[in-house]
Design a protein. Structure first.
Length: 387
């Protein structure tokens, strides 16, 4: 469904390929719907899945109650389900595990339950330093009430992240900057950096080259940093590109866009909005240039890694490329100001030789650093030392 779930899926498959037995307990939510019926048989034969659907609705009363009577961030607290807690207990009692790996901070409410009924190692795989995202959103929010609430979330999440050391046995960070933050803010437990891995398509994806200069963007459009980034590009960068290359076309894919955002995208000249696409790799392979603007966030951008594997020429902001260690003008182009970003895109669109050079280097870099099978073997070695 998005970069985070792709990172989790590839991790699970990689761990199986590395010789581990893997059981996945997961919540199906309106944002990330799933069911056993939707999982391919080939995957069901390798991984044990149990899925619980929860509504995950937010209400004014829920926000009000959370602010006044709890100290936990609402966006984490709402993932707590007594039924899911019982599923965890049942699974722990009927199986023997060496490791319980928590995919992200949103599973934090279940740590005490797991610790009480599990004698093995509990590991947090931190997809982000979550409070950094909300701090940035708060600083950029013009509505004072929303800014105040985002700051409240940031403080509450930061309190959990700074005291995570007492609740876990090890941490798996998805990027070097995240690893450094945790290890300089109280984490003394074993820790390792294991980036999000990717399995490239076994066969090259066939696509008809566009007959006009084209670029693309893909990202979940119900995630605030992505919305912020896309609107920045459309408002400030896209007009500059069109003034240089009038016939240019921009293709956008992303799930759960609001009606207001979808209408804006469809009304813009030379923008084609697909909404959610069935396969991100097929979509990305159709367009030679990919953009990744982002100004708030943490962790690592899985879609950039995917684009690199698919040999796309990418223009990204410094924040979007953070943690990937790609070199500007070698593996991708990095730009933060509107003029610089537009110039970078136009450079790739106007010079097929430059685009080919960048995309070839990007693919080689991705195979060297983000192969999911290799990363899962390294993580397995870390776990073997841990237990």
């Amino acid at each position: 469904m998005d970069g985070g779930t792709l990172a989790t899926l590839n991790m699970c498959i990689g761990l199986v390929k590395a010789g581990n037995t893997v059981t996945v307990l997961t919540l199906s939510t309106p944002k990330h719907p799933s069911s056993i019926e939707r999982i391919p048989e080939s995957l069901l034969s390798e991984i044990n899945f149990e899925i619980l659907s929860i509504p995950l609705t937010t209400t004014p009363f829920g926000y009000f109650y959370n602010i006044l009577f709890t100290r936990r961030p609402y966006n984490i607290q709402r993932y707590f389900s007594k039924t899911f807690k019982r599923i965890i207990l049942k699974t722990l009692r009927s199986n023997e595990f060496d490791i319980v790996q928590l995919e992200g901070l949103y599973l934090y409410p279940y740590v005490k339950t797991i610790r009480k009924h599990f004698s093995g190692k509990i590991v947090l795989r931190a997809h982000n330093v979550e409070h950094h995202i909300w701090e940035t959103l708060a600083n950029e929010e013009s509505n004072k009430l929303r800014a105040w609430y985002f700051n409240l979330l940031a403080r509450r999440i930061a309190r959990i992240e700074r005291h995570i050391n007492s609740n876990i046995d090890a941490l798996v960070a998805i990027s070097d900057p995240d690893y450094k933050w945790f290890t300089t803010n109280g984490l003394s437990k074993p820790a390792v950096v294991c980036p999000a891995g990717y399995f490239p398509p076994q066969q090259p994806l066939e696509s008809t080259p566009p007959d006009k200069p084209s670029l693309c963007y893909i990202g979940a459009l119900d995630w605030m940093p992505n919305i912020e980034a896309l609107m920045w590009f459309i408002d400030w960068v896209w007009p500059r590109i069109q003034s240089e290359i009038p016939e240019v076309e921009f293709y956008v894919a992303g799930r759960n866009a609001t009606s207001e955002l979808a209408e804006r995208l469809m009304m813009e000249r030379n923008i084609v909005f697909y909404g959610q696409v069935a396969d991100s790799a097929t979509f990305l392979s159709a367009y030679p240039v990919m953009i990744a603007p982002l100004f708030s966030g943490s962790g690592i951008r899985v879609k950039i890694i995917e684009g690199m594997f698919l040999r796309r020429a990418i223009v990204a902001t410094s924040m979007a490329s953070r943690g990937i260690k790609a070199v500007n003008n070698e593996h991708l182009l990095i730009a933060d100001a509107p003029d610089e970003f537009a110039q970078a895109v136009c450079r790739l669109l106007s010079s097929p030789e430059t685009a080919s050079y960048i995309s070839k280097n990007a693919q080689e870099f991705a195979f060297s650093h983000f192969d999911a099978t290799h990363l899962a073997k390294e993580l397995t070695n870390f776990y073997q030392r841990l237990i």
